[in-house]
Design a protein around this ligand. Sequence first.
Ligand code: HAM
Length: 430
Amino acid sequence: MTCVSSDPAFRAPIGVHDVLPPESGRWADVVTRFARRAGIFGFGLIQTPLFEHIEVFRRVGEHTDVVSKEMYEFRDKGDRHLALRPEGTASVVRAYVQHRPLPPWKVWYFAPNFRYERPQKGRYRQHWQLGVEVLGLDDPAIDIEVIALAAGFYSDLGLRDLRLIINSMGDPEGRGAYVEALRSHLLIYSDALGPEFVERVEANPLRVLDSRNPEWQSVIETAPLISDHLSSDASAHFEAVKAGLNALGIEFEVDGRLVRGFDYYTRTTFEFQSTALDAAQNAVGGGGRYDGLAEAMGGPPTPGIGFGIGVERLLLALDAEDVVSNAKGNSQSVFVIDGLSGADDLLLLTITASLREAGISTERAYGGRSLKAQWKAADRCGARYGVMIGKAELEREAVAVKDLETGEQIEVRRDQLVSWLQESFEENYE
Ligand code: HAM
């Protein structure tokens, strides 16, 4: 019986959610594939704390919504000003600055992030990201590799309706002239667009460019482009990235208005958008360079690049494209059935244990349930085979194996059960 609590205190807060089986099986599949791919590309797993000193995220000059408006911040009992991590990059760079590993340093993560956003489909107050960060390399080759890692991951999962948008944010030194040109352009519209617009333009006009406010769009469309103001170094870097992506056959579009939602970005920025999702929540991943971030946290000047992929969005995009997860799931599993009415519990225990030790995913019924109830449970859990020990089988040192897909039943010698199942699973493995 499902028990639904009506007391709101005992329901998950708005904007956050549980992930239960069988849905969690898709998560496990996605994370496993990402871990394997990141390992092949030479990345090691990093885990950073869920909360940090607020300065890690709220650095001087960080005017983005994520950091200035949406952060879960609090004071602990020792009056420390802390914040729940709104994103992964700043924490990873803080860890780099603190531990000073030898560069190049390549790490991947699977971690929850917290943003006080207006919850809607694909936008939550806790979301999970799979991501990578590389510290200590400014070679455009690593930009290409990082983008290729993400692109290959999406295509391995079967996503097709995907666009890769890239841009260059240039270098901070060269950005001043551009920011001034942008500010002058935007300020012409101050009277028409009101105080919130003016406030943003004054704090950081780049933050107008990534706004979705419909009233601002015509002004954004005519704004000067950062890509027209690149230094020759930044421009050469961007050309090398584009040439590399072309060489790997990775399709992309250049969009001079892609500024992304953090002030730390420099040079290459990119976003993967699903054309199967609504435009407001279509980014299934994004990232870029942040060559000044380590230094801004008191570390040595160290270039960096990475990306974060939103797992909930990724699964929504897979659903929207009707991509069935390639997870093998229960098609490789067994349900052990007690046909002896509890007369030999130890036999049931040892058979189940020997199957599991052999790496076969195995379930069983507990508590002396009727045969009918056990077969029903086997069906419900989606097992491929039911393995039953009844009186007759016991005498012959055998078990009955029923294929739950076809209904066919055969007898297998008990000492050959593991190898029989392994062979059968191998045959059925596409
Ligand atoms: P971001 O674009 O803010 O970048 O987030 C990365 C991805 O997380 C988004 O593309 C989206 O798929 C997902 N995401 C973001 N916010 C939400 C939300 N409220 N609900 C559901 N999904 C969400 C970053 O966080 C950077 N740290 C990425 C990065 C890594 N740049 C360099 N290295």
